[in-house]
Ligand binder design. Structure first.
Ligand code: NAI
Length: 337
C-alpha cells in the first residue's frame, strides 16, 4: 500500500515514520511519501499512482479534487483528524473512495488547551509574562476573576466536552451543558443539561465542543450574542465557522463579549500551520481580532500533544491496514459512507 501524505509538517513525518516502523504495522506495511503541499486541484496530480492519500483539517476535498484523486487510482482518503466537514462525502461515496478518520485521539489534549486559553486570557498571563521580561512589574490591566463559583456553558458533550466538563467541575464551577444527544456522564459529574437558550442566558463562560455542520455554522451570531450575559467569555477550540467572526468583533467593541479565546478561525486555512511572520496579513477581520487586549488566539494547536500525535499516526495506519484486509468494521469509516 502506498500513501501520499499532504500538508506534512516535520512532526507528522516523525510520528508517522515511527508508527509505520512499529511491530503493529509490520504485517501490512504502508509506504508513505510525504508532501509539504496542501492538497488542492493544483497538487492532486502528486497523488497519481498512490492507493491512499492522507490529509489534515485544511485540505479541501471537494468533488473536483476527489475526481482527480480517483482518476489517479486513489481509493482511500485517510483523514488524520476527527472532523470531516472538509470532505464531500457524497462525491467520495459515488466515486467508491473510502474515507476514514481518527474519531478520538486525545480529548484531554483539546480540553486542557481550552482550559489553558481560559486561564491565560482571564489572568492575562501572556501579557504579564511579556511585561516581566521587559522589566515592567506593574499589575495595572491584569485584573482577572475567579472561575470558582462561575457558570460555565458547554456546547457539545462528546469526548472533548465531557473531559472539559470534568475539569470545570474540579474548578468548582456550575456547569450547564447542551447537546442534542445529552450525555449522562456529564450529569453524573454534576453538570446540568439545559436548552441552548438557558445556557446562553446564564453562562459566564461558554465553550464550544460541537462539530461544524450546516446546522452549527455561525451558531454564535449577533442575535445569539445579544442573548448572552454581558461580558461573557467565549472559548472556541472546535471549528472556526461556529462563530460569526464579524458579529463577535462588533460585540467585543460594545463589550457585550468580555473575552474571546479561540484556537480556530473560520478563514484559518489561509493563515494557520505556516510561518507568515515576514508577510503582510491581508485578512482584515483576523487583523482586527488581533488588536483587542481581551482576545487570545492560538493557531489550531489544541490537538498538539505527543500522546495525540502518537494516537493519530497509529489509528490512521490501523485504518489503512483494516481496509487492506477488508475488515471494514475495524476501519473508522466516516458515517455517511
Ligand atoms: P464528538 O463527536 O465526541 O462530540 C461532539 C458532540 O457534539 C456530540 O455529542 C454531538 O451530539 C454534539 N453535537 C452535534 N451537534 C450539536 C449541536 N448542534 N449543538 C450542540 N452539540 C452538538 O467530538 P469531539 O471529539 O468531542 O470533538 C468535538 C469537536 O472538536 C470536533 O467536531 C472538532 O471540530 C473539534 N476538534 C478540534 C481540535 C483542535 O485541535 N482544535 C482537535 C479535535 C477536535
Amino acid at each position: 500500500m502506498r500513501m501520499a501524505m499532504f500538508s506534512t509538517k516535520p512532526y507528522d513525518r516523525t510520528f508517522f515514520t515511527r508508527a509505520a516502523g512499529s511491530d503493529a504495522q509490520s504485517t501490512s506495511p504502508c509506504e508513505i511519501e510525504f508532501f509539504e503541499a496542501r492538497l488542492t486541484m493544483a497538487t492532486a496530480p502528486l497523488a497519481a499512482g498512490f492507493d491512499a492519500v492522507c490529509v489534515f483539517v485544511n485540505d479541501h476535498l471537494g468533488v473536483d479534487v476527489l475526481e482527480a484523486l480517483h482518476a489517479g487510482g486513489t481509493r482511500i482518503v485517510a483523514l488524520r483528524c476527527a472532523g470531516f466537514n472538509h470532505v464531500d462525502l457524497d462525491a467520495a461515496g459515488r466515486l467508491g473512495i473510502d474515507v476514514v478518520r481518527v474519531p478520538a485521539y486525545s480529548p484531554w489534549a483539546v480540553a486542557e488547551h481550552a482550559v489553558g486559553l481560559m486561564l491565560t486570557l482571564n489572568r492575562r498571563i501572556h501579557r504579564a509574562s511579556a511585561r516581566v521580561r521587559d522589566g515592567n512589574f506593574s499589575l495595572v490591566g491584569l485584573l482577572g476573576f475567579d472561575f470558582h463559583g462561575k457558570t460555565v456553558g458547554v456546547v457539545g458533550t462528546g469526548a472533548i466536552g465531557t473531559v472539559f466538563t470534568r475539569i470545570m467541575m474540579g474548578f468548582g464551577c456550575d456547569v450547564l451543558t447542551y447537546d442534542p444527544y445529552p450525555n449522562p456522564e456529564c450529569e453524573a459529574l454534576g453538570a446540568t443539561a439545559v436548552d441552548l437558550a438557558t445556557l446562553y442566558a446564564k453562562s459566564d463562560v461558554i465553550s464550544l465542543h460541537c462539530p461544524l455542520t450546516p446546522q452549527t455554522h455561525h451558531m454564535i451570531d449577533a442575535h445569539v450574542i445579544s442573548q448572552m450575559k454581558r461580558g461573557v467569555m467565549i472559548v472556541n477550540t472546535s471549528r472556526g465557522a461556529l462563530i460569526d467572526t464579524v458579529a463577535v468583533i462588533e460585540a467585543l467593541k460594545t463589550e457585550q463579549v468580555g473575552a474571546l479565546a479561540i484556537d480556530v478561525y473560520e478563514e484559518e486555512e489561509h493563515l494557520f500551520f505556516q510561518d507568515l511572520s515576514d508577510t503582510v496579513i491581508t485578512d482584515d477581520v483576523f487583523s482586527r481580532l488581533l488588536t483587542f487586549p481581551n482576545v487570545l488566539i492560538t493557531a489550531h494547536q489544541a490537538f498538539f500533544t505527543r500522546e495525540a500525535l502518537e494516537q493519530i499516526a497509529a489509528t490512521t495506519l490501523a485504518n489503512i491496514a483494516a481496509l487492506q484486509r477488508r475488515d471494514r468494521d475495524a476501519a473508522h469509516l466516516v458515517a455517511a459512507q
